[in-house]
Design a protein around this ligand. Structure first.
Ligand SMILES: [Zn+2]
Length: 387
């Protein structure tokens, strides 16, 4: 496993109350750092003894029990413990000759507090810190989906000397080692009834829970449309819609991440069709049929959800293959993948949407519609990707 650390730093806008509470937290962090540093320093020079992290932690607990320092209990204990850990690391680096002697912290410098998992909540894109009730406002500059799927191991709140506030979301991921080349190529035929059929013959079903959530969303949207504009009921309905939307997005992201990661681990080359998503869903409605498009007759999923899923599927495959150093081969969408016999290359004149299986008139091979399409996409993908 390779550990990767990614940090997303954004501007934060605490309310005056939150700023005051964070200010007290910074003060306590600074005090704990400085008092501990002082004690360590004295002990080393008088007794020649090195202080362990555990001893500093016990000292902190003792301080909290004194009248003078009882206020240390009013802020989250996590940033205080984190500062002890940082100091411990700083000392270790100093003794290893990698860093200068740790310095005292001044109230005039930048201030920060580190919150580990137990001390913050990140839900539906809202961040709430320990000892605070309202979420902390911040401006996210990446995709909303990224924030919603983010599972930070740590959140750092900082105030720069110029008074600006920042939140840093630290994400640690254990990435599997790049898999040894499998030599495998997989063709993926995307559909409506099933999410995808692979050239190996496997199908990836549309996740049921996503389907159910999509139906809920559609129902809430209809309910909202019936409410009077500007009414309290409309506002309530709107909230419900927003929540249902988020649930659909979460479920979709989760499903797509699992699916694309699995594909990228399995194959060196993944071949997909270059889908024009709106064409695909148009033809699913039966209005206009694309020549080569193998669209399933019955749509299982809400179409807006499906559109978004297919676009996102490709986007994830693009960045995951590029990160893994593997290939995503995109096949021309006019290529008649459904109507071509994958065994002999015979091209059917016509194949109706409802035909799920057919027999090649030339070579007699019996085809499952989607599996045949996936095999053709695989072959075309090999041609695109080269040897
Ligand atoms: Zn044939």
């Amino acid at each position: 496993m390779i550990s990767m650390r990614t940090a997303y730093k954004v501007r934060a806008y605490p309310t005056p109350e939150q700023a005051a509470q964070l200010g007290r937290t910074f003060g306590c962090v600074r005090l704990v750092w400085n008092k501990t540093l002082d004690a360590r320093h004295r002990r080393y020079h008088t007794e020649g003894r090195i202080t362990s992290y555990k001893e500093t932690d016990a000292q902190l607990a003792a301080w909290k029990r004194t009248d003078d320092l009882a206020f240390l209990s009013e802020v989250s204990s996590v940033p205080l413990q984190q500062t002890l850990r940082h100091q411990h690391t700083a000392y270790a680096s100093f003794f290893a000759g990698r860093a200068k002697y740790p310095r005292f912290k001044s109230r005039n410098g930048g201030q920060s507090a580190h919150y580990t998992r137990s001390a913050f909540k990140l839900r539906d894109g809202k961040l709430t810190l320990a000892k605070q009730t309202a979420p902390l406002e911040f401006v996210w500059s990446w995709e909303a989906d990224l924030l919603e799927s983010l599972t930070p191991t740590m959140v750092v709140v900082a105030r720069e000397p110029d008074g600006r506030w920042y939140v840093t979301f630290v994400v640690d991921t254990d990435e599997p080692e790049p898999a040894p080349r499998t030599g495998e190529t997989i063709g993926v035929d995307l559909g409506v009834k099933d999410f995808a059929t692979l050239s190996t013959g496997e199908t990836i079903a549309n996740p049921r829970h996503l389907d159910r959530k999509a139906r809920n969303l559609a129902r809430y949207q209809r309910q909202m449309a019936r409410k009077q504009r500007g009414s309290a009921n409309r506002r309530k309905a709107k909230k419900k819609v927003a929540r249902a939307h988020r649930k659909v997005r979460h479920a979709r992201q989760d499903f797509l991440h699992r699916t694309t990661t699995n594909l990228v681990h399995r194959a060196d080359t993944i071949a997909i069709e270059d889908l024009n998503v709106s064409d695909m869903t148009n033809s699913a409605r039966g209005t206009e049929q694309q020549p080569g498009r193998n669209v399933k007759a019955k749509a299982g999923l809400n179409r807006a959800v499906l559109d978004a899923a297919l676009g996102e599927f490709r986007r994830q495959l693009e960045y995951k293959t590029s990160r893994a150093g593997t290939t995503l081969a995109v096949v021309d969408r006019w290529y008649p993948s459904s109507k071509t016999c994958s065994a002999c290359g015979y091209l059917l004149e016509k194949l109706s949407l409802s035909t799920r299986a057919w027999t090649c008139p030339d070579c007699g091979t019996r085809h499952d519609r989607d599996h045949n399409a996936a095999k053709n996409i695989l072959a075309a993908g090999r041609a695109v990707a080269g040897p």
